[in-house]
Design a protein around this ligand. Structure first.
Ligand code: ADP
Ligand code: MG
Length: 590
């Protein structure tokens, strides 16, 4: 075979194969163009899932009449001129490929009126795929791009299209993402003549929140923490879901870098790490985050459809994301969080509005007695300074309230300003112990205590070897274990926090953790895992009777402890039934 030059039409069709996978890709490219043109209003009209028609109208800066034809030719762009400009590009587009690609696989009409022009002009293609001469068009400032019969001349691609409904749902997703990335832009989406999405430009924070609620899920904001943090040349802001609002799929994760939707492994990893020990196994966090940074520090030219980016200093970005998100999660206390999965998943019908006024009217005498007891307890506990966000409620009651009773040796019932609080005492204690162990480890070293009677342990030879090799790791987590024979160990010291637990089985579990995850992972991860195992041992077991004072002490500890809404495995530690919810259960006030 001899070599020959491909026709420009075929070259464009090949290029189109990379960027235009389905109708939603056309919508994405056209929306990006409108955003780059500074539009504040964009209307999208779609027919038959986008295959028959996609029409996008914007009020952006428009295209100079002399540039209309050029806009449709490949590698023609107004966005960059040099490699230098590519390296700090701030626009969404820059490849000059989209319009040319789309024009090669569909029937395209382009009409535009530049902001300084006195009229609009339009061009389109004839049956032989020749561009018509520009014709006058009645238009206010802005651009209309009309794409008909997508893939009409590439039957192979057309065959891969799914049902109209599926294709439209992809368009809907793309539009929602872009609407989320540019809250200041009003967007309307119509399918077969029906309005599917209508968003007003949102500039105030309330409007933004409304948009997030409309686009994502109305529940999300109520179960999330706001983030707004600047440092090291980055600005990260947005919302992260509370651990209890986790999802079974990674389907509510939005991350924008300088207004660009990004799917990036580094980002996913940093977020996962931040949620590491508050998320129940296999669950996924929900988040909507905006990262703003110097465009020169991001390489956007790594993917033809620009789905991915590469951070030039990936470690810095990872650290910044991890630290910010982790810090925000640690700051969550019972006072400001709505707890746990149970609220949204299990108790579907329950309302969640706290009924403070009702509580105040009907507060029983008994509660005042408890309040007095609590104050007395506080007075004797002088060593503990309450942290700033442990603010008492209107009645001087702490956020998790005062203990009333223990249920089946498993749950603590307590009363707070808004109603009834239920605490899983083992789960809660486990988190408290875990956080303390971590804190001791980070601030200084773990406080240890010798066992009155050192505990002898029979183990296998390889376990004994492992214990010997891991002496320094054991020492770091506050365990002193010596080998006394080929298959014998003795436990001499344990962390003071765990002094009442069964030292033998603790050491066995730690050994099996080390055997399984041992040396390959980084020290901190291993240590955290060991602490989790240890905390589980040291925590109050089910069926242990607690006095009211002990229960109250536990509640106060929870209020002071980071991430105390979940145990180390991500299970909720407490939940609440407000008086409104109780009233509803008993059909009161109807
Ligand atoms: P790119 O966006 O990578 O520059 P495109 O093929 O998408 O390439 O668009 C080519 C050029 O057409 C753009 O650089 C821009 O100047 C112009 N253009 C396209 N769409 C619009 C629009 N909606 N408003 C104003 N100019 C537009
Ligand atoms: Mg473009």
């Amino acid at each position: 075979m001899r070599i020959h030059q491909l026709s420009p039409q075929l070259v464009n069709q090949i290029a189109a194969g990379e960027v235009i996978e389905r109708p939603a890709s056309v919508v994405k490219e056209l929306l990006e163009n409108s955003l780059d043109a500074g539009a504040t209003r964009i209307e999208i009209e779609v027919e038959q899932g986008g295959v028959a028609l996609i029409r996008i109208r914007d009020n952006g800066c428009g295209i100079h009449p002399d540039d209309l034809v050029l806009a449709l030719s490949p590698h023609a762009t107004s966005k960059i001129r040099s490699l230098d400009e590519l390296e700090r590009v701030a626009s969404l587009g820059f490849r000059g490929e989209a319009l040319a690609s789309i024009a090669s696989i569909a029937q395209l009409r382009l009409a535009s009126r530049a902001h300084d022009a006195d009229r609009g002009w339009e061009i389109s293609f004839d049956a032989n795929h020749r561009v018509s001469a520009p014709q006058p068009a009645a238009l206010t400032t802005g651009t209309v791009v009309e794409v008909r019969e997508l893939f009409y001349n590439t039957p192979a691609r057309r065959k891969f299209l799914r049902t109209e409904k599926t294709e439209f749902s992809h368009i809907d997703t793309v539009t929602r993402r872009l609407a989320m990335s540019h809250c200041g832009v009003g967007i309307t989406l119509r399918h077969n003549g029906r309005v599917v999405l209508q968003m007003q430009p949102a500039t105030q924070i309330q409007d933004r929140e409304q948009r997030v609620a409309d686009l994502l899920n109305p529940e999300f904001l109520a179960h999330s923490v706001t983030i707004d943090h600047e440092g090291a040349g980055f600005h990260l802001w947005g919302w992260i879901g509370l651990p209890g609002f986790s999802r079974s799929q990674a389907d509510m994760q939005y991350f924008f870098v300088n207004g660009r939707t990004v799917r990036d492994r580094l980002v996913t990893h940093a977020v996962r790490q931040a949620y590491h020990d508050v998320l129940y196994h296999g669950r996924h966090p929900a988040y909507l985050l905006y990262l703003e940074m110097n465009p020169a520090a991001v390489d956007v030219n790594v993917h033809p459809a620009k789905h991915e980016v590469r951070f030039r200093q990936s470690n810095l970005v990872h650290d910044f994301l991890f630290t910010t998100i982790h810090g925000a999660l640690r700051g969550v206390r019972p006072a400001d969080s709505t707890p746990s999965t149970t609220q949204s998943d299990v108790a579907g019908q329950r309302g969640s509005a706290p009924a403070r006024s009702i509580v105040q009217q009907s507060m029983p005498l008994q509660l005042r007695d408890h309040a007095a007891l609590y104050t007395a307890l506080q007075a004797t506990e002088t060593a503990v300074t309450p942290p700033p966000n442990q603010e008492p409620g209107a009645d001087g009651l702490p956020p998790l309230g005062l203990a009333l009773a223990q249920l089946h040796g498993v749950y603590i019932l307590a009363q707070n300003d808004s109603g009834l609080v239920m605490v899983d005492m083992h789960a809660a204690h486990e988190r408290i112990t875990y956080e303390r162990l971590k804190e001791e480890w980070q601030t200084d070293s773990v406080i240890t205590q010798p066992l009155l009677v050192p505990e002898q342990l029979r183990v296998s030879r390889s376990e004994a070897d492992l214990a010997e090799e891991s002496a320094s790791l054991f020492c770091k987590v506050g365990l002193e274990v010596d080998r006394t024979g080929p298959e014998a160990l003795v436990v001499r010291r344990v962390p003071a926090l765990l002094n009442r637990s069964d030292a033998g089985s603790l050491v066995r579990d730690v050994l099996s953790d080390v055997a399984e995850h041992g040396r390959s992972t980084r020290v901190e991860e291993t240590v955290n895992r060991l602490f989790a195992t240890m905390a589980c041992h040291g925590s109050v077991r089910a069926n242990r009777r607690l006095s009211i004072e002990e229960m109250n002490a536990l509640l106060r500890d929870m209020e002071r402890t980071a991430m105390s809404g979940q145990c180390n495995h991500g299970r909720p530690t407490w939940t609440q039934l407000s008086l409104t919810e109780l009233d509803r259960l008993f059909l009161r006030g109807r």
